[in-house]
Design a protein around this ligand. Structure first.
Ligand code: COA
Length: 307
């Protein structure tokens, strides 16, 4: 691990306000697509080990840079996401180096760094570009067409959370870095933003989950309607379910007061989900490059192992 630099110290929960301020500056400078939504901020306030998992750099004007290392499990091992907020690239790279080293020491299988497209300096750290990841926005969501579900399908009036989660897990099982959700977990969103299409025999065919969020500062009209998840179980694909359900999700978001609508998609999505969104009028509004460092051998043959 790199030696502690001058002005560098472990973060603490009381730094959260200043870190959010740095993230807000990055949004305005086009280095980040959005500040985190409220539930993420809450987790950082209450459930994050700042002492062990963060470092900050400060000068007499306050916080200049910060790094937070967050983890989530995946079938291939723990994925550590190294998040930075920084006023200058040198401080960012310094802290990224620390975050990748911590990820390795903590036993993660891979460390991930998300940077806006074209950000320089990452090569020195070792991470290889894994893929582009896009935020797509709709320029005029009120114009999203009303689309009937394909024949033989209907919307479940009161979707059972368990059934919907199992359908989601089936739809996403081959998705990059997917971690199945617990079917027993509590509902996360208002019932009308949890869409489930069922087939004639009642079996779950496709889900679309949406949420209304506020971000500040942000370049989009607030609140933002987010289409969080779109998934069709394999045997019901290529019949127009995702297209119709996403269109319905957008309409419901507008009814709930959303003044802009966005979604995120893996730029290498093997099912070309971005084409479905493109046909509905969504356009790429922000492009991340996701860099990855493979920290343990045997997971991704194409990954780069740093020892
Ligand atoms: C991406 C995904 C949601 C698409 O679901 P889907 O219900 O098959 O989507 P649709 O049927 O609306 O559209 C898919 C394709 O089928 C075509 N299609 C639609 N109806 C059709 C029909 N009756 N006959 C033939 N093709 C048809 C569409 O034109 C579209 O083609 P395109 O890819 O060239 O645009 C699905 O493949 C999936 O769940 N993948 C895994 C999870 C995932 O990646 N989700 C997106 C994360 S952002």
């Amino acid at each position: 691990m790199s030696p502690q630099r001058q002005g560098q110290r472990p973060g603490r929960a009381a730094d959260l306000e200043a870190v959010l301020g740095l993230w807000g500056e990055e949004v305005v400078r086009g280095l980040r697509d959005a500040t985190p939504p409220e539930p993420v901020v809450q987790r950082l306030a209450e459930g994050f080990d700042w002492e062990a998992r963060s470092r900050v750099i400060e000068d007499r004007d306050g916080l200049r840079a910060a790094v937070l290392v967050m983890e989530h499990p995946s079938p291939e091992g723990t994925v550590a996401r190294v998040e930075t907020a920084a006023r200058d690239q040198a401080a960012r790279l310094d802290l990224l180096r620390w975050g990748v080293a911590l990820s390795r020491a903590a036993g993660a299988a891979v460390a991930q760094v998300w940077q806006p497209r074209g950000t320089g300096g990452m090569e020195d750290l070792g991470p290889a570009i894994a893929r582009p990841f896009w935020r797509m926005d709709h320029p005029d969501p009120a114009r999203v067409p009303e689309v009937a579900l394909p024949p033989g399908y209907r919307l479940a009036p009161n979707p059972d959370r368990r059934v919907a989660v199992l359908a989601f897990n089936r739809a996403f099982s081959g998705h990059w870095r997917f971690q199945p959700l617990d079917p027993g977990s509590p509902p996360m969103r208002p019932a009308d933003l949890d869409l489930l299409a069922v087939a004639r025999d009642g079996s779950a065919a496709a889900v679309v989950w949406c949420q209304v969020e506020r971000h500040q500062p942000d370049l989009r009209p607030q609140p933002v309607g987010l289409v969080e998840a779109v998934g069709t179980v394999p045997e019901h694909r290529r019949r127009g379910l995702a297209y119709a359900l996403t269109a319905e999700g957008v309409r419901r978001l507008l009814r709930r007061g959303a003044r802009s609508v966005s979604l995120y998609v893996d730029g290498l999505n093997p099912d070309r989900a971005y084409d479905v969104y493109g046909r509905l009028g969504f356009r790429v509004a922000f492009e991340y490059e996701v860099f990855e460092v493979q920290l343990r051998r045997g997971y991704w043959p194409s990954g780069k192992v740093i020892s």
